[in-house]
Write a protein that binds this ligand. Structure first.
Ligand code: SF4
Ligand code: SF4
Length: 244
């Protein structure tokens, strides 16, 4: 695998030294000039933090990209036009959404990639990303990737991201599947606009077709995470087994 010069594989239980705290001279320097991809679970957590509607959040904070060769739209956190391309959530005292910051912010300096194997299980690889400005590598605490993920509250993020991977890397995608506009709208609603998806899933017509079990219906409609998980299953059904 070819990696950029500042990226190294982090195999197995290999340990790395890293620490991050406000007393470092680089504090918040990492929160600028980012291509910060947002997963559906990142957006769920940011919406809980910011208490705003999904459409307003996307309008204010998200850049959507989809090249002609991309199967799926990609969502990024838009940086602020302040001459330093800063994250909209940075302040002098640190991250304003720290408790619900995106998974990539939690994971740094570790990057996690996932691939579905032939049995549908996720095979993950880890890398270590050395940014020149980052002084954290000189700190004495050492960790494995697994320890770092626990330490940074990433376990739930990784579990949900892997469930989404089952959609994004579905075998039909390898066979040339492409979204229609209607399917693209459904993708956004089920993964990134849970408030609108909840309204949609509350209708009698939708429930008659997709939410047959009363217990499941209550669980799905009463909890954002359950709703997102249901959204992933629902998308697989409507995209790969029926027409919307
Ligand atoms: S140590 Fe690295 S991650 Fe922490 S504030 Fe400095 S640049 Fe950012
Ligand atoms: S969300 Fe927080 S941690 Fe992530 S880049 Fe923005 S300010 Fe930094």
């Amino acid at each position: 695998m070819d990696l950029p010069d500042n990226v190294t594989r982090l195999c197995g239980r290999k340990r790395f030294s890293f620490g991050c705290h406000p007393k470092l001279s680089c504090f918040t320097e990492c929160c600028r000039e980012l291509e910060l991809a947002l997963t559906p679970y990142d957006v769920l957590r940011l919406l809980q933090e910011l208490q705003m509607s999904s459409s307003l959040f996307i309008e204010r904070f998200v850049v959507v990209e989809q090249d002609e060769n991309d199967v799926w739209p990609r969502l990024y956190l838009g940086m602020v036009d302040d001459g330093r391309a800063s994250c909209p959530f940075i302040s002098a005292s640190g991250c304003r959404v720290y408790d619900n910051r995106p998974g990539a912010c939690r994971a740094y300096p570790v990057g996690r990639g996932g691939m579905l194997d032939a049995n549908g299980n996720v095979r993950e690889i880890h890398v270590l990303v050395h940014e020149e400005h980052c002084k954290g590598f000189a700190e004495s605490q050492d960790h494995t990737a697994a320890e770092w993920f626990v330490n940074q509250g990433l376990i739930e993020y990784n579990i949900i991201n892997d469930e989404v991977l089952g959609l994004l890397q579905h075998e039909k995608v390898c066979e040339g599947f492409r979204l229609t506009q209607e399917q693209r709208d459904a993708f956004f609603v089920a993964l990134y606009k849970l408030d609108e998806f909840r309204t949609m899933a509350s209708s009698a017509a939708f429930q008659d077709k997709y939410l047959l079990n009363k217990k499941e219906r209550e669980a799905v409609l009463g909890n954002d995470l359950s709703l997102l998980r249901f959204g992933v299953r629902w998308l697989k059904e409507i995209l790969f087994t029926e027409k919307v």
